[in-house]
Every structure is written in structure tokens, then in C-alpha cells.
Write a protein that binds this ligand. Sequence first.
Ligand SMILES: [Ca+2]
Length: 321
Amino acid sequence: MSKGSRSSTSMYSRFWLVIAFLTYRIRTNKVSGQCHTAEYSVRGMYLRGHTFKNVQVELHETCYFKCTEEVTCQSYNFVIGLNICELNNRTKEARPEDFLPDEMRYYMKHLTNRVPLGSIAELPAESCTEVRASEGNDVENKKHWIYSDEKSLPIETLCEGSWQKVNGEYSVCFGAKDNQYGSVTIPKSGRLRAMKLIHKSGSLRCNRVTGSSFWGCTYSAYNGKLSTIITDADKNAVLPPDEDLEGFNVSQSHGCGTEKHFYSLDGTSHNSTVLVFRNLSNPLSVSRDQELQIWYGQDLKDCSERGNSGETCVDVFAWYE
Ligand SMILES: [Ca+2]
């Protein structure tokens, strides 16, 4: 073994001894917070692509303090040998796909008083889904800062778990006839995995005899199926997707005939408070300021709508990838 490699081996061992000491200290500090699990630096790994600042240091422990000085610092990579701290604005939990091996680096999360992702204007998240990944199940149902278009134009928006509320302050109402669809202006570009509607007020009737419903028609021919459909601005069904929609058989005499305008959804009935559409196998790409519409099936297809009445008002949530 050459002198150079022996001295670098010994430097490497000393280095990890100090790391062990540092993580021991951080772990000791964490003992008082009982609901937190102890976390350690992760040797041989780093977070790629989220560095907002590089700092040269003499002692690698200094990186931890450099990180605590920056309000957006979520974690850091230390570059062994070059003594560089790469301060990151994400954790490995937020971006697991970017957590990669590199034997010349180690990764450390900002453990004490880290600002939660999306909680301040200086640290917007890409989506409520990313906030959830970063912060776990502790995400409060409150406003977060989310980018509305790629990595720009942050807006303040309500996250409920991974769901982002996409209507504004007022709920969206849709009627049952005369093209009284509800209109939603999508506040964020991205790919939608699913949507859900939360009932706020009102109900619909598809005739003067059978009972009211939040989401469909209680007439027996519909057999409990639902008829609230989200479309694009050209009235093409988005959720549920067109292939999930049904019409009547030719033998069933009905004003809507074979027009596809109702569907069944496991676990959801006429008076369920929440209507969660099934996950899309092909996520739907939407752009900021795009309009989506909420329709009652008969009104959408302009059939059998004359005797209809009422309106349903909802809050609209989207699950972005
Ligand atoms: Ca109509």
C-alpha cells in the first residue's frame, strides 16, 4: 500500500469517527422529543439536484450550523475531501427518486427547527403530494405555498393530505337542466391522478316524484347509479373517464336512450358527502387557468332534463402526481 493511500485511508476512518460523534450528539438532542425517531447521517448517499448554496468549510460539522442558518435548508450533502457543504431545499423524503449513492458524499437531514416544506412563501412545494411526502401524515389541513406552473408562480392553496383544493373561496354549484354546469378554473399545471368533490349544500331532482340526490337521479331505472361528471371545456368526460360511463339498453325506454351519462362507484351513494372518482390509469395533463366543468349527466347530454330541478354545491379537490 502506498503512503498516499494509507494516509487517505486513515483520514477516511477519522472522518467517520467524527461523523459518528456528530450524529450521536444530534441523536442525544432528539431524545427529549419523544414522537420523533432518531435519524442519522447517511454515508455514501446524497440528494441530487436540490442544492441552492455551496459553502466551503474547514470542519464538516460546520455544515450543520450553516444549514440551520438558512430558512430554506432542509438537508445537506457533504463532499468529502473537497470539504463542501451542499445545502438542499428538499429532504430525501420529499424526493426519494433523487437520493442516490456517492461514496464521496454523505447526506444529513436538517433535524432541529426545520421549516416544513410549503409552509412559507420562500419554500414553495411542487404539490400537496410533495408536502405529504416530505412531512408525512402530520400535514395539517391548511394553506400551503405550491408552485402553480412548473417551478414558478407560487400560490397559497389548501392541502388536505395529498389533495389540493382547486376551487377558490366559494363552492362550485351545478344544476340539473338548461346547461347549468359548474365551472372550475384549474390553479396549477400538472398531471392529475384523481379528483374528488365534497358536498357543501343543495341537491338535485330528476323528476317531481322520486327523492333528491347530491350526485344523481333516484328514479329506479338508474338503480342507485351516479350522474355527476367532470368534463373539459368541450364537454368531453374526464372523470369518470368515458369508458366508465353507461347508457340504457335499447329495450329500456328512457328519454336519454343509450346516451352514456351515468356510472357506478363503489362505496358512493346518492347522499355520500364525498364523491371520490377512481384513479386515472393515464393521468390527465392540465394547465394553469384551464377550465373544467361539472355536469349533471342528463343536462350534459340534453336529454330528459325538462322536469329536473335543484342544484348541488361542492368543493373540488385534485390529486397531482
Ligand atoms: Ca342541457
